[in-house]
Ligand binder design. Structure first.
Ligand code: NDP
Length: 268
């Protein structure tokens, strides 16, 4: 029997078990995907082995610890410094980041993207910025704080501002972009905008598409995009595709559209 799961803290709210178990069922695979509350991220490898898992996903706040503890890191994850997927291969743990390609897949329907404006500079922003830069897309990052946050993006070749730095410029110097992406948690459990209203309005006037990593609700960020007639979407497809790509890594094979549709239904 294939044993899979997700580590996080908190983890009770995660939709991954629902999504992955429905996929296993539709593929007639004898396996189960469970949730595991993990308080101490530095114990992740130990726990993975103790539970005798074949694969796992890792969510907040353990993606960086998971990166440090893996036996081997593959692909884009080594540039990001965080992983959300562990796969047992022989006797070692191989780690990947499927958030980054999951995001790129989610924005495919917007067509060609030349430049992106990312709000926020946490772990999700890092994954997205690396994926966009790898696709030769120009990236601007705006975060409310600088210390320990913006250096990573500057080293990656992104243009970076704190919100206050941008506010001190005249609006003609605000970045132009094809897409604006909210990676902050503003709007997740509150009614906040990621940056002050007038600034966001101007940034949205300078772009075509809006994407919020938060899923399942119209955040104040998405409400403004709608008001300004931008094409927009929430983070549901990012969640879906990171799960699809993780499942393909667990199984070592591509999965079909009908299974992807089945997984998608669980997120509605
Ligand atoms: P982090 O804690 O690593 O980063 C949070 C970022 O948000 C920081 O840049 C922080 O700024 C900023 N921030 C937080 N609150 C505010 C606020 N009120 N106003 C302005 N900025 C704020 O979080 P993650 O990167 O892990 O996650 C970010 C979001 O992405 C979450 O909402 C999460 O649910 C979502 N997500 C969605 C996924 C999907 O598949 N759809 C996958 C992963 C995440 P500062 O640096 O100043 O503290």
């Amino acid at each position: 029997m294939m044993k899979l799961g997700i580590f996080g803290n908190p983890v009770a709210h995660s939709k991954s078990p629902l999504m992955q178990n429905s996929a296993l069922k539709s593929l007639a695979i004898n396996g189960f995907y469970d949730k595991y509350l993990l308080l101490d991220g530095s114990k992740i490898k130990e726990e993975f082995k103790k539970l005798d898992l074949n694969g796992a996903n890792i969510t907040i706040p353990h993606k960086e610890e998971a990166f440090k503890n893996a036996d081997e890191v593959r692909g884009i994850a080594s540039k990001i410094g965080a992983v959300n997927t562990y796969v047992k291969e022989d006797n070692k743990i191989v780690a990947y980041n499927t958030d980054a390609p999951g995001f790129m897949k989610a924005i495919e329907e917007f067509g060609e993207i030349k430049s992106a404006c990312i709000l926020g500079a946490g772990g999700t922003a890092r994954a997205i910025a690396v994926a966009l830069k790898d696709a030769n897309i120009e990236v601007t990052v705006i975060n409310r704080s600088r210390e320990g946050r913006l250096e990573f993006f500057e080293n990656l070749g992104c243009t970076c501002y704190t919100t206050d730095e941008l506010l001190s410029l005249s609006a003609i110097h605000y970045p132009l972009s094809t897409i604006i992406i909210n990676t902050t948690s503003a709007g997740l459990k509150d009614d906040l905008l990621p940056v002050p209203k007038e600034l966001l309005k101007q940034l949205m006037k300078n772009t075509k598409f809006a994407f919020d990593c938060i899923y399942g609700k119209i955040t104040p960020f998405l409400a403004m995009a709608r008001e300004l007639n931008l094409r927009y979407k929430d983070g549901k497809d990012m969640l879906l595709y990171q799960g699809v790509l993780a499942l393909e890594l667990f199984l070592g094979t591509k999965i079909t559209q009908s299974t992807i549709k089945q997984m998608d239904k669980c997120l509605k």
